[in-house]
Design a protein around this ligand. Structure first.
Ligand SMILES: *[C@@H]1O[C@H](CO)[C@@H](O)[C@H](O)[C@H]1NC(C)=O
Ligand SMILES: *[C@@H]1O[C@H](CO)[C@@H](O)[C@H](O)[C@H]1NC(C)=O
Ligand SMILES: *[C@@H]1O[C@H](CO)[C@@H](O)[C@H](O)[C@H]1NC(C)=O
Ligand SMILES: *[C@@H]1O[C@H](CO)[C@@H](O)[C@H](O)[C@H]1NC(C)=O
Ligand SMILES: *[C@@H]1O[C@H](CO)[C@@H](O)[C@H](O)[C@H]1NC(C)=O
Ligand SMILES: *[C@@H]1O[C@H](CO)[C@@H](O)[C@H](O)[C@H]1NC(C)=O
Length: 481
C-alpha cells in the first residue's frame, strides 16, 4: 500500500515535469489538404540519416505526418502531429502502429532505450519501467518509477491489472530487441531493436533518430549523432596513427556460453580496427582469416582451433565474464597453460561488464554502450594503444579481470537533476603517439607485451579463492585501478 501510493506520487510529479519539458506544439488551425509542412526542421535534420541505415524517416507531402521505419524488424510507424487528423490512406505495407506525436507518456520494457530517451530529453515521458535490478541509469533510478512485470512471462491477476492500467494511462510501449512481443497495427507496441543492430558500429547511433521522431526531436538526434561521430572518428584517427608507430596488437573478442565460445559480431571487429588493433587470425603464426567461428570446448578439433586463435592473440575482449576462474571455465584452459598464451601471461583479459547495477544484473554495456559509441571506442583504444589517453583515463565499460579489477556500481545519488536531459560523456580527443618513448606505450612491433606480468605466474591453482582475493588486492594496489 505504501509502495503503491509512493509510486502514484512519483507518477504525478513526473506528469507535471512532462508538461513542462516537452513543448508539444500542437496544431490549432489544421486545414487538411493545405499540405502545410509541420516538420521543416525535423525533415532537414533527418536528411543526415545515411541511406544504408537500418532507420529511415520519410515525410510525405501532406505535411502533418511522417513514417519512421525500422528495417531490422521490417516495421513502419505512422506518426501524425497532434492537432491534425490521423492519416488513413497510403499507409505503408509494413505498418506496425499509428501514433499522435509528440508522445507524452510511455512504458519501457527493456533498458537500452532508456539511455537513448534520456539523451533526447524524453525521460519525463517514461511512466513505467521494467525490473529495477537491470537499470544502470542514475536518473531513472532516482525517478523511482513503478516497474511492470515482464509481460513475456505468465502474469498474476494483479500484474495483468497493473499492465492494463498502465497501458490505458500511456501512449505506447517500447519493447526491446529480444522481446517476444511482435508489434502490429492494432496494439501500441514499438519495437526498439538497437542492440540487435550489429552489422556496423557507428550506425547504431542512428537509433537516436528513430526514437526522436516520436518527440519531434530529430534536430537533437542529429546533434547527438554528429557529436558521437566526430568524437569516434577523432579517437580512431589518433589510434590508427599511433598504430603506424607502435604496431597493432592482435585481439580476440568472444563470449562464452554453455562451453561454447562465440565470436564477436562484425561491429566489434570494427571497434578493434578503429582502435588501432587487428582481429586475431585463425592460422598458425598469425596467418589466415580473422576469427569468425564458434568453438565448443568439448570438441577436440574446436579446442585445437581455439588454441591457435589464442596463441595469435595479445588481447582478449568479451562482453561479460565475471572472473578469471569463469574465464578459465569458458576457454577450458588450465593453470599450467598460463605461460603458453600472451593474454594470460600478460594479464590482458577485458570484460565489458565494469559498469553494473547495484542490485541485480544490469550492465551499462547493454544499456549505455549501444549509443555511447565514442566512449566504447576510447575504452578499447586505451587498451589497444596504451599511452594514448595517459594514466588519468578511467574506463567506463571495460575492466581487466586478469588483473582483478572490480565492477563499478551506479547509484541514484549520481543523478544531479532528474528533469534535465542527459548529456553525452565528453572524451578529450587524444593526440596520436608518434614516438616509442612516450610514457605508458606498448611497442607491439617489438616484444609485444606490456611490462607487467600475469600475477601469480604459471602454476596458480584455479579456484583457490584466498589466492584470488590476495592477487586482486595486490594488483589493485600496484596498478591503482
Ligand atoms: C511548431 O510548429 C511550427 C509550425 O506550425 C514550426 O514552425 C515550428 O518549428 C514548430 N516548433 C517545434 C519546436 O516543433
Ligand atoms: C516487409 O513487410 C511487407 C509487408 O508485410 C512485405 O510486403 C515486404 O516484402 C517485407 N519486406 C521485406 C524486406 O521483408
Ligand atoms: C497520451 O497519454 C497522455 C497521458 O496519459 C494522455 O493525456 C493523452 O491523451 C494520450 N494521447 C493519446 C493520443 O492517446
Ligand atoms: C569464416 O572464415 C572462414 C575461413 O576464412 C570462411 O570460409 C567462412 O566463410 C567465414 N564465415 C563467415 C560467417 O564469415
Ligand atoms: C558441445 O559439444 C558437446 C559434445 O559433443 C555437445 O554435447 C554439446 O551439445 C555441444 N554444445 C553446443 C552448444 O553445441
Ligand atoms: C607473444 O609474446 C611474445 C613475446 O613474449 C612475442 O614474441 C609473440 O609475437 C607474441 N605472440 C603474438 C601472437 O602476438
Amino acid at each position: 500500500m505504501l509502495f503503491a501510493s509512493s509510486a502514484l506520487f512519483a507518477l504525478a510529479v513526473l506528469a507535471e515535469g512532462a508538461a513542462a519539458a516537452i513543448a508539444r506544439n500542437c496544431t490549432t488551425n489544421y486545414n487538411a489538404g493545405a499540405n502545410v509542412d509541420y516538420f521543416v526542421a525535423q525533415k532537414a535534420a533527418a536528411a543526415s540519416i545515411p541511406s544504408g541505415s537500418n532507420v529511415a524517416i520519410t515525410y510525405p507531402a501532406a505535411g502533418n505526418y511522417k513514417i519512421v521505419e525500422d528495417k531490422i524488424s521490417n516495421s513502419s510507424y505512422v506518426l501524425y502531429q497532434c492537432g491534425t487528423t490521423m492519416p488513413t490512406t497510403n499507409l505503408p505495407a509494413n505498418l506496425a502502429g499509428v501514433f499522435e506525436i509528440p508522445v507524452q507518456a510511455i512504458i519501457t520494457t527493456s533498458t537500452t532505450e532508456l539511455t537513448f530517451l534520456e539523451l533526447l530529453d524524453a525521460r519525463s515521458t517514461i511512466m513505467y519501467t521494467t525490473d529495477k535490478g537491470l537499470i544502470t541509469s542514475p536518473c531513472i533510478l532516482k525517478a523511482a518509477l513503478p516497474a511492470l512485470a515482464d509481460r513475456s512471462g505468465t502474469l498474476t491477476t494483479d500484474e495483468t491489472a497493473a499492465w492494463t492500467a498502465a497501458t490505458a494511462a500511456t501512449n505506447l510501449t517500447i519493447v526491446g530487441a529480444f522481446d517476444t512481443v511482435t508489434p502490429s497495427a492494432t496494439n501500441r507496441d514499438v519495437k526498439f531493436p538497437a542492440t540487435g543492430d550489429q552489422s556496423a558500429t557507428l550506425a547504431r547511433a542512428d537509433w537516436l533518430y528513430f526514437l526522436a521522431a516520436f518527440y519531434n526531436q530529430e534536430p537533437l538526434a542529429k546533434s547527438l549523432v554528429d557529436q558521437i561521430t566526430t568524437s569516434y572518428n577523432c579517437i580512431s584517427t589518433a589510434a590508427k596513427s599511433s598504430a603506424a608507430t607502435l604496431g597493432s596488437p592482435d585481439a580476440y573478442w568472444a563470449s562464452g556460453f554453455g562451453g561454447v565460445m562465440y565470436p564477436g559480431a562484425n561491429y566489434v571487429k570494427t571497434y578493434l580496427a578503429s582502435a588501432g588493433g587487428t582481429a586475431s587470425q585463425v592460422g598458425a603464426m598469425d596467418t589466415g582469416a580473422a576469427f569468425n567461428a564458434s568453438y565448443n570446448i568439448s570438441v577436440a578439433s574446436d579446442v585445437t582451433s581455439l588454441d591457435t586463435v589464442l596463441k595469435n592473440s595479445e588481447l582478449f575482449f568479451t562482453d561479460a565474464v565475471s572472473s578469471l576462474d569463469a574465464w578459465f571455465g569458458w576457454t577450458g584452459l588450465k593453470t599450467t597453460d598460463i605461460s603458453t598464451y600472451n593474454v594470460t601471461r600478460a594479464g590482458q583479459i577485458w570484460s565489458a561488464d565494469k559498469q553494473s547495477s547495484a542490485l541485480g544484473t544490469g550492465s551499462g554495456w547493454f544499456n549505455g554502450a549501444v549509443v555511447n559509441l565514442h566512449v566504447v571506442l576510447a575504452d578499447i583504444a586505451s587498451v589497444v594503444q596504451p599511452g594514448l589517453f595517459g594514466s588519468s583515463y578511467t574506463r567506463t565499460y571495460f575492466r581487466n579481470i586478469a588483473q582483478g579489477e572490480k565492477m563499478v556500481t551506479v547509484a541514484a545519488s549520481q543523478c544531479a537533476d532528474v528533469n534535465a536531459a542527459s548529456t553525452l560523456p565528453a572524451i578529450t580527443c587524444p593526440s596520436a603517439i608518434t614516438s616509442k618513448s612516450v610514457a605508458g606505450v606498448v611497442d607491439w612491433t617489438g616484444a609485444g607485451e606490456p611490462a607487467y606480468q600475469y600475477p601469480g605466474g604459471a602454476g596458480r591453482t584455479v579456484g583457490a579463492s584466498l589466492a584470488l582475493a590476495v592477487m586482486g588486492a595486490l594488483v589493485a594496489s600496484m596498478l591503482a585501478i
